[in-house]
Each structure stands twice: as C-alpha cells, then as structure tokens.
Design a binder for this molecule. Structure first.
Ligand SMILES: *Cc1c(COP(=O)(O)O)cnc(C)c1O
Length: 419
C-alpha cells in the first residue's frame, strides 16, 4: 500500500510542495520562538488518523452521536492523565485551541461586563487577556497590571491596589512574554481579599510545571489553570481547562454547548499521548534541560553585552531589548536572524516606545531546540551567532557564513518525526 505522503505527492503536487518546503525549513533552521516545539512522532501519526473522521459532540458517556466506544476511551485517557500531570480534579480537553479555552472560562464563570484583572499586553500578557481588539476585550471590563519600571518584574503592590480599587470577579495571571515564575500565593491572597476567582493561563510554560521545574498554581489553591497543549508540552495544537471538581460542570457546559460544537478527536487522542509522555521520568529531564538551556543562553548573551528584560530568566524564554543592545528594532533583528536560519520573534518590551509591528525587542525560547537534543554548548554557540549578526547588520557575507554553520549544527540534531 502506498503511504499517505506518496498519495499526496502524486495527487496534489501543489500542496505537497508546500509541505516538503516546510519540512526542509524546520530541518535546516533553529526554532527559537518560545511558543513553538516539535511534537512527538506518535502525535503526528494520530493527528493524521481516522479519529479525524468522527463527530463526538458531548462528553464521554453523554454524546449526541453513536459509535463512541473508542472516542470515549481516548478522551477519558486524556482527561485522567491531564489530572495526574497537573495534580488537579478535573480536565476539559476539548477547547479547539488556546483562545477558545480562555473564552470558555470567562464566559463560564462570569457575566458580560464583569471585571477581570489581568496582565497588560505590552508588559507580557496575552491577546486573549483582554486586548482591546479582541471580542473578549469588548465583552468584559479588563483592568491591567504592569511590570515594575526598573526591574521589569510584576509589581505585586500594584496588583493588590488595582484589585482593591476595581473589585474584579476574576484575577488572572500567566503570560506570553515574561521570563520569570509567578508568586501564586500573592495572587491568591489578593483574589481572596476581594472574593474573586483565581485563574492562571500557563500556556507558555505548562511543560515546565508538568516537569516539576516551575511552580504549580494548584499547589497555591488556584481555581482554574488553562494551557495550550502545543507549546512547552510538545503536544498537538489544542487547549485544556483544568479546575476543581466544584467548577467542572460550569466549565464543561461553557466549552460545549456554550462555545463549541464537535471536539477534534484526533487532537484529543494526541493530548492523551502527550499527557502520557509528560508522566514519564524522561519528561522531567526534558523540562530541566529546557530551563538549563535558557539560563545558559541568557548568561552567554549578557556576557556579550545584550540587555535582557528582568536581567535573566527563570523559565524557557528570554526577552532581549535589541534597541538598547544593538540599536536595532525587533523587526529588523528578527529579519536578520531569519536570514541565518535562526527563527525568533519580534516582541514589545515593557513601556515600549515603539509600535507592536516595530517593537524594541525579540523573544528567544528553548523548548524546540531542547527537543532536538541541543544542550548548553549549542545555546552558547547560538548566542554568539545572534550577537555577531546583530552587531554587523550591514555584513551580508558574515550572514552567509553563519547560515552555513547553523545548517551544519542542525544536521547533527534531527527533528523528531522527520528523520
Ligand atoms: C499561545 C497562548 C494562548 C492562545 O493560544 P492559541 O492556540 O494561539 O489560540 C493563550 N494564552 C497564552 C498565555 C498563550 O501563550
């Protein structure tokens, strides 16, 4: 029998060409975007499996369609394993991605117009934490805390003062661009003082929580934790809402039928696999290495004179102020690094004087490179190349030479599923 890939090649060469091109891009370059990763070969297999054919509206044991013997089993596996990984009482694994996952929590626990206290976007919060351009930003009243002007760290005093002033119904922490762990006890105390729910969106660093190298919000009594499954967790593109048992019915109703129809069962099967992997001892080693690599990367960059937001990292990511370090905005820095096969992404920094499409910095993250097996010495080489490229923006010849070195290094670290 011909493989699915061969069929695609002969029957739709136009699409096949884009797939082959993307495979090559992933093989030859270093992925340093902190929210990206290479999923497991087993997950790639199940994403392209017959689970994608099945409609499964509802939840295991309570579906609106027949033929659910195996979908029920695989969704239960995903839920049970997720609860074990994150030490929580209930898991909803149906959100189609990170954005609907957060919407489901807001809409399930609050009424439109209610106040949510969340991190300011320009200081590291996520689009779904109430950006004015998002629908949730119109539906709810978001009040935003920022980071401290001198240190770049979250200002707990400001969080408390805003909570007392605005009496939010939900206190939200978690971020998309912030290189430190969070003081969950402080958030919980503030929320208790004003009678608010506590929610942590751990999308970026949930893999490090699962691997035991960052704090778990449930250890501090949080009500809800949300996470995407495709970032540091290495799973398929999806979302999960984790919560206490007494909130389970409200969350489940909010995801379906409140917000979504049929769940993507191929993704849920992938989440089951991912949670199984996260429970294995090797995943702790992976999480530890992601962190060690980020610290080595940060140390190497700073030794070379680069300026990092908060002066280092406690997680998988660094935020580098390229304007201050090299006199280049983040867009230019991203493009120069793209040329040598090092993929990063432009990023606003706290109190950025520049607009989001031409911000003052870039984000660098280690989950994907670590998945390929790269360690501290590769991080140091990468840091050296990055500084070299950004110090000499007019030297195209230098970039050609560095690109060859990057490709040579990548050749020694195969992408899982692409050998
Ligand atoms: C990535 C991310 C999301 C959204 O995930 P999508 O799958 O892109 O919709 C939500 N919150 C945080 C903190 C994230 O990092």
């Amino acid at each position: 029998m011909r493989s699915c890939r061969d069929l695609l090649q002969s029957n739709d060469p136009e699409v096949f060409e884009t797939l082959a091109g993307e495979e090559n891009r992933q093989r030859l370059g270093v992925e340093l975007i902190p929210s990206e990763n290479y999923t497991y070969p087993e997950v790639l297999a199940v994403l392209g499996s017959v689970f994608t054919n099945k409609y499964s509206e509802g939840y295991p044991g309570r579906r609106y369609y027949g033929g659910q013997e195996f979908t029920d089993r695989v969704e239960n596996l995903a839920r049970e394993r997720a609860c074990e990984v994150f030490k929580c009482e209930h898991a909803n694994v149906q959100p189609l991605s990170g954005s609907p996952m957060n919407q489901a929590v807001y809409l399930g626990l609050l009424e439109p117009g209610d106040t949510i206290l969340a991190m300011d976007l320009s200081h590291g919060g996520h689009l779904t934490h109430g950006a004015p351009v998002s629908h949730m930003g119109r539906l709810f009243n978001f009040v935003r805390y920022k980071t401290d002007a001198s240190e770049g760290a979250i200002d707990a005093g400001e969080v408390r003062a805003l909570a007392r002033e605005h009496k939010p119904k939900l206190v939200l922490c978690g971020y998309t661009s912030y290189p430190r762990d969070l003081d969950y006890a402080a958030f919980k105390a503030v929320a208790d003082e004003v009678g608010a729910f506590t929610m942590c969106d751990a999308s970026h660093y949930a893999g490090l929580v699962a691997g035991g190298v960052m704090r778990n919000p449930f250890d501090y009594g949080f009500d809800v934790v949300t996470t995407t499954s495709h970032k540091s967790l290495r799973g398929p593109r999806g979302g999960m809402v984790l919560c206490r048992k007494d909130l389970a019915a409200r969350i489940d109703k909010s995801v379906f039928p409140g917000l979504q129809g049929g769940p993507h069962m191929n993704v849920i099967a992938g989440i089951a696999i991912t949670m199984g992997k996260a429970l294995a001892p090797e995943f702790r080693d992976y999480a530890r290495q992601v962190l060690l690599n980020a610290k080595a990367f940060a140390a190497a960059l700073m030794a070379d004179g680069a300026q990092l937001v908060t002066g280092g990292t406690d997680n998988h990511m660094l935020v580098m102020n390229t304007s201050k370090s090299f006199g280049l905005d983040g867009k230019v820095a991203e493009e120069l690094l793209d040329e040598v096969g090092i993929t990063t992404n432009k990023q606003i920094v706290p109190d950025d004087p520049n607009p989001p499409l031409r911000p003052s910095g870039i984000r660098i993250g280690t989950p994907a490179a670590t998945t390929r097996g790269m360690k501290e010495s590769e991080m140091e080489r990468l840091a050296g190349w990055i500084v070299d490229v950004l110090r000499h923006p007019d030297d195209a010849g230098r970039r050609v030479a560095i690109r060859r070195e990057v490709e040579e290094m990548c050749g020694r670290f195969p992408v899982p599923g692409l050998e």
